[in-house]
Design a protein around this ligand. Structure first.
Ligand code: HEC
Length: 180
């Protein structure tokens, strides 16, 4: 036999062994699972977990820190919004419909132009129009759980009581009031 034939036979043998080996012993690679839309079971979350979720949303999906940062000053800082909110709704120029700090934070998020913090409006609109998007829309697209979690986070951040009612608390309250 020529060397060429020997080498060819040997090569085929080696390829055959590897093929057998890979078919028999190498576990198939599982395709990666598609990223899941995060599902929250609001009903089983504690207030602390709710606050943590809010922090994650605030710094991530919510994109809040794009504008609400100390650098650049495009938007007011929100460290003390829990307290600031109470002052806003008492102010003479306030035309929105919030009655509580919690409602003010929510209104600011879903209806930003209801009240525009002085000096932060879209240029030329005399602070009538907010440059902030409704956070339920567009690429931010927060759902109701996420909105409530962000409010809870901002209340905790400002050292205020978390007034956002999560369903377990709502259930407790209803139970106390004798409702189903
Ligand atoms: C594109 C920039 C932008 C993004 C993104 C943004 N904001 Fe704002 N936000 C603003 C500006 C500008 C103002 C001030 C004008 C106004 O009152 O609407 C504001 C105002 C607010 C206020 C009222 C502040 C005050 O002092 O009265 C709250 C609360 C608030 N934003 C929360 C949020 C939260 C929470 C997020 C993320 C889910 C967010 N914002 C994302 C620009 C932004």
């Amino acid at each position: 036999m020529s060397n060429f034939v020997k080498v060819t036979i040997f090569s085929l043998f080696v390829i055959g062994v590897y093929t057998l080996f890979s078919v028999k012993y190498v576990p198939p690679i599982k395709p990666e699972e598609p990223p899941k839309e995060e599902a929250f079971d609001e009903g089983s979350m504690t207030v602390d977990e709710f606050v943590s979720l809010g922090e994650v949303v605030y710094n991530g999906k919510g994109a809040c820190t794009l504008c609400h940062t100390p650098v650049g000053g495009r938007a007011p800082l929100l460290d003390n919004i829990a307290t600031v909110a109470s002052e806003r709704i008492k102010g003479a120029g306030y035309k929105g419909s919030a009655k509580t700090a919690e409602e003010y934070i929510r209104e600011s998020m879903v209806s930003p132009s209801a009240y525009v913090a002085a000096g932060f409006g879209v240029t030329g609109t005399n602070d009538k129009e907010s440059p902030m998007p409704d956070v339920r829309t567009g690429s931010i697209g927060l759902n109701e759980t996420e909105i409530k979690a962000v409010i809870a986070y901002l209340q905790r951040l400002g050292g205020a009581e978390v007034t956002v009612v999560t369903p377990p608390q709502a259930q407790e309250q209803n139970a106390m009031e004798g409702k189903q």
